[in-house]
Design a protein around this ligand. Structure first.
Ligand SMILES: Cc1ncc(COP(=O)(O)O)c(C=O)c1O
Length: 419
């Protein structure tokens, strides 16, 4: 590639893939479960737009709805006749409790707004998030990320710009957090699954304890469902796992690749939005284009049988991956859900951040993602990578992927990798 105007040719570094065998990887088109690069090569995709395309790339129903919205004027700049309908459709995720919704453009903004609501409602400043959690790229929450210095164990709990940290699946740590900082704690901000720490899923007992301590302390719970939203059905993943949120943030899958995010909340939490105490702005928020994408996505997902197929497909792939490595005498396991999961080279999945850090194998992960790519499969290249499955992955994709994983297993065996 020649000199680039956009540094690295990509505006989000999380998206760039390293060169492989002297070739860059630049996508020319994406459709269903496939990407086609600028050399015309077709790849089975497990990045799925960092999880944003649950239905598959360029799903016809979403394309049709968005094309109509574009033609009709995507941005009237005054209230439009589709935003509230889309909000209502999205709020099906929140069930009987989280019945209010408001839109944003990115997951980062949705988290920012949810924290603002929690602060406005409680009059407190501090937000606590887990070590290894990722809640967007704004400075206050870009803290305690996986492999960051502040994620290490310290004598004192770190605090930065109104954010502090706790450790998932460590109940003593949560008790200490509330005992030491309870009066200042506006909200707990937590993903139902720590996607950036290799898909760690907190235990039910941990989430129930966290909920009880937060309730007793008047602290709100924000479930950051930007990554997992809609990936376990049209319901709150957090609630399924024992956490009872007051607010939940969404992005990615709700727009099927169109940039849209949202906050759902209880009527009590939204009082400060409704009375104007907490300002909500954003030129593009809830415009007819993005609202149409949400509405079309929610409509497709009304057919619950699709979820059964998605989960069966994902479960079959997880088993096939582990079997491929076992065939070469390499121990492997997966963490997460059947629609999004991580691969580990161990037979005992990590439960805590410290265990995850001790078990991660960057050397093997790089070999695996390179071998997959040479064999027509693209996955996120990070060592903490995730595999996102979509409704568009079918039998042909399964065959290609299983063959590629067998090749990756042989490659690790040739390199005398030991798990
Ligand atoms: C859990 C979580 N929260 C927030 C975000 C930020 O969303 P966005 O990249 O749309 O700003 C992400 C993105 O990966 C995420 O996974």
């Amino acid at each position: 590639m020649g000199a680039l105007t956009v540094p690295f040719g990509v505006s989000s570094r999380a998206r760039s893939l390293p060169e492989l065998d002297g070739k860059t990887f630049v996508v020319a088109s994406s459709n269903g479960a496939r990407l086609t690069d600028t050399d015309g090569r077709s790849f089975v995709d497990y990045g799925m737009a960092m999880g944003a395309t649950l239905l598959g790339h360029a799903h016809p129903a979403v394309v049709e709805a968005c094309t109509a919205a574009l033609a009709n004027g995507p941005m009237p700049g005054f209230p439009n006749d589709i935003e509230d309908t889309a909000g209502g459709a999205l709020a099906r995720i929140g069930g009987d409790r989280l019945t209010r919704a408001t839109f944003a453009t990115t997951g980062t903004e949705a988290v920012h707004l949810a924290c603002r609501i929690a602060r406005g409602l409680t009059g407190r400043r501090l937000i606590a998030k887990p070590v290894g959690g990722y809640d967007g790229w704004f400075d206050p929450v870009r803290f305690g990320l996986v492999e960051s210095p502040e994620a290490e164990r310290m004598n004192e709990r770190p605090v930065k710009e109104g954010t502090t940290l706790f450790r998932v699946n460590e109940i003593d740590d949560v008790d200490q957090l509330f005992d030491e900082m309870g009066p200042d704690l506006a909200a707990i901000l937590v993903e139902p699954m720590l996607g950036n720490t290799g898909c760690l899923v907190p235990d039910r007992a941990f989430f129930e304890h966290l909920t009880a301590r937060a309730r007793a302390n008047g602290t709100l719970i924000i479930a950051d469902e930007v990554m997992v939203g809609l990936r376990r059905g049209v319901k709150l993943v957090s609630e399924d796992l024992g956490l009872t949120p007051d607010l939940a943030t969404f992005g990615k899958a709700i727009g099927s690749g169109v940039p849209v995010a949202a906050v759902l909340g209880t009527p009590a939490a939204f009082e400060v939005v409704e009375d104007g105490t907490v300002p909500c702005f954003g030129t593009y928020h809830g415009n007819p284009l993005v609202a149409s994408a949400v509405l079309a996505t929610m409509k497709v997902l009304e057919d619950e049988a699709q979820y059964t197929r998605l989960f069966d497909w994902g479960a079959a792939l997880r088993t096939a991956m582990v079997d491929a490595f076992a065939g070469e005498g390499i121990r492997a396991t997966t963490t997460g859900f059947d629609s999004v999961f991580s691969l580990w080279f161990t037979d005992k999945a990590p439960r805590t951040y410290d265990e995850a850090k001790a078990k991660v194998r960057p050397d093997a992960m790089k070999r695996v993602s390179d071998t997959l790519r040479r064999n027509g499969v693209v996955a996120l290249p990070t060592v903490w990578g995730r595999y996102f499955v979509s409704l568009a992955h079918g039998e042909t994709e399964m065959d290609i992927t299983v063959r590629a994983f067998r090749e990756a297993a042989r490659e690790l065996a040739r390199a005398e990798f030991k798990a």
